[in-house]
Structure formats: structure tokens, C-alpha cells
Design a protein around this ligand. Structure first.
Ligand code: SDX
Length: 433
């Protein structure tokens, strides 16, 4: 952190002594006012529910410029990564800070692809779930359950054990997600095939069966790999902040990532892709768009345009543009270019982007608006969309966790509160209650 020459002075109208607070500059983006000593100096807390104006950490991993609609992983624009790299290169970049050269990539891919199997006992763990359980409920359980299988690498103070846990999580998430899907539909699990690509292997575990060879479609393989890249990290979003806060207690990485999976499930966050597709199906046709938009504008309806709006992006989410392109590619490859849902989504986007209600609130499509359509075209069931998001976000979560664990300023996260409850009072006898 670079100290700024500018200081913040906080003064009080009641004549309390003012305090001077240091300001730090990052390499890019807003400066921060360091309030760590504020409580000690003033006996006051800051108040920021939802962290609208709060930087929770000092990070080098991902930068978002919400006004420009810019997303950088370790300084590289998402558009270039999606066009020139694959998901495992992106995982390497997030974890280690630089893109791999050819040898480094080969070694990393071999390491990851040789950790794709999960313990056989996990199959029996699965049997405790109902077949119709939501796959995110199963995945939350499975990821937390991993900490019951990998005791040999859970010493968070040992860099090598942290590395093997990171590899295991990245390598095994596709296997776990595919197992959750197969369990749900009553088909046998398909074991990983390590000579396939990361994304090709996932497609085969999802859609292959023991009854016939499975041929990976390279267009779909590339599309899925790009979906993974687009979801890989996104600075201090709700689930990443959950991973950091859970991890700050010193718990093992599997438990911390399981907490992130649980948080991602919410419809305001990673669950939005499932909600956006359901919304499009409910709207049904272009003729119903205006009626739906009316409902969205009516605050009492509680209806939101799912896949639109973002806490940080006040411009077009760059991932949404890339996801729309991926949609085109996949639908054309599958002969679905007239897919009514895709046409409906593009018409809805067009209408919303011209409507003052959305323009004035700077509401644009986010990553979730198109991702459901392309996943549905790939044959992925709606209930599995957020599992795919969790699979893809795992390298981001574990990179942010690693950064926190190795931050010399790291300490357990423990926010305070503005208390408005009852002040101290005596317990009345039962007869007097
Ligand atoms: C993700 O944080 C990340 O980086 C997350 C993510 C990642 O990669 O990790 O990008 C992934 O979670 C993307 C967002 C997915 N969620 C959705 O698509 C759900 C629908 N969108 C929202 O509910 C909402 O936009 C949020 C939750 C995403 C952001 O909410 P904020 O920043 O708290 O904004 P807000 O709720 O205070 O809304 C501001 C105004 C309000 O209107 P007014 O009270 O000012 O009149 O905008 C309105 C809201 O009513 N608004 C919407 C809307 N989103 C905000 N109105 C209609 N439809 C919407 N989608």
C-alpha cells in the first residue's frame, strides 16, 4: 500500500477532538481511508451495512472498474484471457500471479488432471441425500465433506499443503458437480478421464454413460471453458468475502470454500443464473415483456429483472458481452440459432437498456443474464447452473484465501455493530412476566 500525501481529518460538531486518518493509494482504483485506529481514537465505529463503501482487504488478484465495465485478472483484461487462454491457464494466473509458459502450463495441467478422482467413500456419502435434493445442497455438503478425507494436507501454515489443497479443490470440483448431476438423474457416475481437457473431461463425466463412447464436441468444450474463465474470480463479492471471513478463523480450506458455495447459492448472487432462466421461461414470449417490465417497476411486486444490475458494474458487465457471444456460438453449433429464449433475452435486454427506469439506475445485464441460456443449450439442467458457477469460481476463492492466509496483516474478521436493542434490565419472576 502506498501512503497518500493527502490525509483525512474527521472533525465533530460537538467539539470532540478531531482525528487525522491516513489515506492509502492502490495501483488503480479508489484510495482507502485507514480507519483501523478510529475506534481506539474516538470510541466510535463506522457504519456500512452491505459494505457499500468499505474495502475489506488489500488484494492484488482482480480489479473491476464498474464505471468503465472493466474486469482484470492479475492485470489482464477478461476479453483477452477469454480469447487467448484456457481455464487452467487462468487458474494458474489467479493462483500464482503470472500466466504460465508452455512448460509451466504442461506441468500444472498434468498435476490438476491427476487429482480429478475423489475418494470412493464419497459415493456412499452421496447416498444420504434424497435423489431430488437441489444439487447446490449436495455440493455444499460434498465440499465440506472433503475436509473429512484430506487430513494429510490441511495444515494452513504449510505452503505445500495449501498448494495441494488448492489443486485438489480445482481438480475435484468438476467430478463432484458431475456426481451430483448423475445422482440426481439416477445414472451411474462416470469416472474422470485424465487425457481429456479439463472442460472436455467435465462434459464427458456429465453426459457420458458406460454404454457408449463419448465424443467431446470441441465447440461446446471451448464454450464451457470460456464460461469457466468468465466466472473464475470477481474481487470481494459476497461468496469470496464469505470464504475470506470463514478462512480468517484458521479453518481448513475445504470448510472455507464450502461456506463460499453456500453463499453463492443465493438468488441475489450466483443463484441469479437459475433465476434469470426461470424468469425468461415465465415471461414466455416477446409479447409479455412490457407487462413484465411494468411489474419490475412496481416496487410492491418484489419482482426484479434477474441477471440485471450489479453492486459494482454501473456499465455493461464485460462478461455478459462475452457470454452473449458464446451463446451465439453454441446455439449456431447446435442448430438452435432460432432459440426462442435467446431471442426473448436479447429483446428484453434491448427494451430494458432503452427504458429510463433501468438507465437511471445504471442497470445493465450481468454475467448471469445469458449464462443460463448457453448452459441450457449445452444440456445442463437449470438446477445445476449455480454448481457450474461454484466449479468455475473455485480458483478465485482459493486464490483469495491463499492471499489472505499469507497477508502479514491477516487477522480474524470480527465486525462490530450499532446496537439498538434493550439496554441492561433485570429478569422478572415468572409470575410477573
Ligand atoms: C453476481 O458482487 C459480484 O461481483 C457478484 C458477481 C460475481 O461474479 O461474483 O458478479 C455475480 O452475483 C451478479 C449479480 C447477480 N444477481 C442478479 O442478477 C439479481 C438481480 N440483481 C439484483 O438484485 C441487484 O442488482 C444486485 C443484488 C446484483 C445489486 O444490488 P445492490 O447493489 O444492492 O443495488 P440495490 O438493490 O440497492 O438496487 C439499486 C436500485 C434499487 O432501486 P431504487 O430503490 O433505487 O428505486 O436498483 C434497483 C433497486 O430496486 N434494482 C433493480 C435490479 N437491481 C437493482 N430493479 C430491477 N431489477 C434488478 N435486477
Amino acid at each position: 500500500m502506498t501512503p497518500s500525501d493527502v490525509k483525512a481529518t474527521l472533525s465533530f460538531s460537538d467539539g470532540s477532538p478531531s482525528v487525522e486518518l491516513p489515506i492509502y493509494k492502490g495501483t488503480v482504483g479508489p484510495d482507502v481511508i485507514d480507519i483501523r485506529k478510529l475506534y481506539g481514537q474516538t470510541g466510535k465505529f463506522t457504519y456500512d451495512p452491505g459494505f457499500m463503501s468499505t474495502a475489506s482487504c488489500n488484494s492484488k488478484i482482480t480489479y473491476i472498474d464498474g464505471d468503465k465495465g472493466e474486469l482484470l485478472y492479475r492485470g489482464y483484461p477478461i476479453e483477452q484471457l477469454a480469447g487467448k487462454c484456457d481455464h487452467l491457464e487462468t487458474c494458474y494466473l489467479l493462483l500464482k500471479g503470472e500466466l504460465p509458459n508452455a512448460k509451466q502450463k504442461e506441468d500444472f495441467v498434468n498435476t490438476v488432471m491427476n487429482h480429478t478422482m475423489v475418494h470412493e467413500q464419497l459415493q456412499f456419502f452421496m447416498r444420504g441425500f434424497r435423489r431430488d435434493a437441489h444439487p447446490m445442497a449436495v455440493l455444499t455438503g460434498l465440499v465440506g465433506g472433503m475436509s473429512a478425507f484430506y487430513h494429510d494436507a490441511m495444515d494452513i501454515d504449510d505452503p505445500q499443503q495449501r498448494e495441494i489443497s488448492a489443486i485438489r479443490l480445482i481438480a475435484k470440483m468438476p467430478t463432484l458437480v458431475a456426481m451430483a448431476y448423475k445422482y440426481n438423474i439416477g445414472q451411474p457416475y462416470i469416472y474422470p478421464q485424465n487425457d481429456l481437457s479439463y472442460s472436455g473431461n467435465f462434459l464427458r463425466m456429465m453426459f457420458g454413460t458406460p454404454c457408449a463412447p463419448y465424443h467431446v464436441n470441441p465447440v461446446l468444450e471451448r464454450a464451457l471453458d470460456r464460461i469457466f474463465i468468465l466466472h473464475a474470480d470477481h474481487e470481494q463479492n459476497a461468496s469470496t468475502s464469505t470464504v475470506r471471513l470463514a478462512g480468517s478463523s484458521g479453518t481448513n480450506p475445504f470448510a472455507a470454500i464450502a461456506a463460499g458455495v453456500a453463499c453463492l447459492w443465493g438468488p441475489a448472487h450466483g443463484g441469479a443464473n437459475e433465476a434469470a432462466l426461470k424468469m425468461l421461461e415465465e415471461i414466455g414470449s416477446v409479447d409479455h415483456i412490457n407487462e413484465f417490465i411494468k411489474q419490475v417497476k412496481d416496487k410492491n411486486s418484489g419482482v426484479r429483472l434477474m441477471g440485471f444490475g450489479h453492486r459494482v458494474y454501473k456499465n455493461y458487465d464485460p462478461r455478459a458481452k462475452l457470454m452473449r457471444e458464446t451463446c451465439h456460438e453454441v446455439l449456431n453449433e447446435l442448430g438452435l440459432h432460432n432459440d426462442p429464449l435467446f431471442k426473448l433475452a436479447m429483446e428484453l435486454e434491448k427494451i430494458a437498456l432503452e427504458d429510463e427506469y433501468f438507465v437511471s439506475r445504471k442497470l445493465y445485464p450481468n454475467v448471469d443474464f445469458y449464462s443460463g441460456i448457453v448452459q441450457r443449450a449445452l444440456g445442463i439442467p437449470t438446477s445445476l447452473f449455480t454448481c457450474i458457477f461454484a466449479l468455475a469460481r473455485t480458483p478465485g476463492w482459493i486464490s483469495q484465501w491463499e492471499e489472505m492466509i499469507t497477508d502479514p496483516e491477516y487477522k480474524i474478521g470480527r465486525p462490530r455493530q450499532l446496537f439498538n436493542g434493550a439496554s441492561s434490565r433485570d429478569v422478572p419472576d415468572m409470575a410477573k412476566r
